[in-house]
Design a protein around this ligand. Structure first.
Ligand code: HEC
Length: 201
């Protein structure tokens, strides 16, 4: 707590426009985006779901699980669930090879095949890109200064400079200021936010 007090004293040298409303909303906004930030990987669109229902679920669903695979409960979050990612990848392969659905079953129309493989491929590509950019870790990111500023203006509807007292954002290797892996929350950063948003903290 000592360090917070130090910050509060220091802040008096640089007076800022802070009210308790701004403080509360600011902290709420910060944590809201903090929690919402992790990449929400490819949810399944209804048209993909219905193709699976019509062509795959009879053998890979609640009743039968051929090859121990069921697609109705298989995770679509390939970043969190790598085993699911492998299974989707197998599915992509067997569809491309024309092995599934099996030959005595009605085949996929070329349109359905394109929709299904397109969605699986996109989901895999997204997961691979995300893993590359963060070394496989899911990054919990904070708002950068510009995002914080815009969020506060949107939330409060009052166009003030809310981010002037925040520390500068570091730039990622690729030169971006909104790369999740460089927007981590250090203890010092948190102190800045707390002292900025909650002046009497
Ligand atoms: C009529 C039943 C049936 C339907 C419908 C069906 N499968 Fe299969 N599936 C099987 C059987 C049986 C196997 C095991 C085949 C084997 O091991 O040779 C299998 C195996 C698989 C495998 C594992 C392949 C491997 O090499 O390990 C995948 C992936 C798969 N199916 C995906 C699908 C997808 C995607 C669909 C829909 C487009 C589908 N299946 C529709 C019966 C079915």
């Amino acid at each position: 707590m000592k360090r917070f007090r130090k910050f509060t004293q220091k802040r008096q040298l640089y007076p800022v426009h802070s009210s308790s409303v701004q403080g509360t909303v600011g902290i709420a906004a910060l944590f809201l985006l903090w929690i919402a930030a992790p990449l929400k990987a490819g949810e399944m669109p209804p048209e993909v779901r219905s193709i699976l229902d019509n062509h795959c679920i009879a053998c890979h669903g609640p009743e039968k699980q051929k090859s121990k695979i069921r697609f109705d409960t298989l995770s679509t979050d390939l970043i969190q669930d790598r085993a699911a990612g492998e299974t989707w990848h197998d599915a992509l392969d067997v569809i491309h090879l024309g092995e599934m659905p099996p030959e005595d079953e009605p085949p996929l129309s070329s349109e359905d095949r394109a929709v299904l493989t397109g969605w699986i491929q996109k989901n895999i590509d997204t997961a691979v890109a995300a893993m590359k950019s963060t070394g496989g870790r899911v990054v919990v990111r904070r708002l950068n200064r510009a995002e914080y500023q815009n969020t506060m203006v949107d939330l409060l509807g009052v166009d003030l400079n809310y981010s002037s007292n925040l520390p500068p954002d570091s730039v990622s290797e690729e030169g971006f200021k909104n790369n999740g892996s460089s927007l981590t929350m250090s203890p010092l950063q948190l102190e800045y936010y707390l002292s900025h948003c909650l002046p009497n903290f």
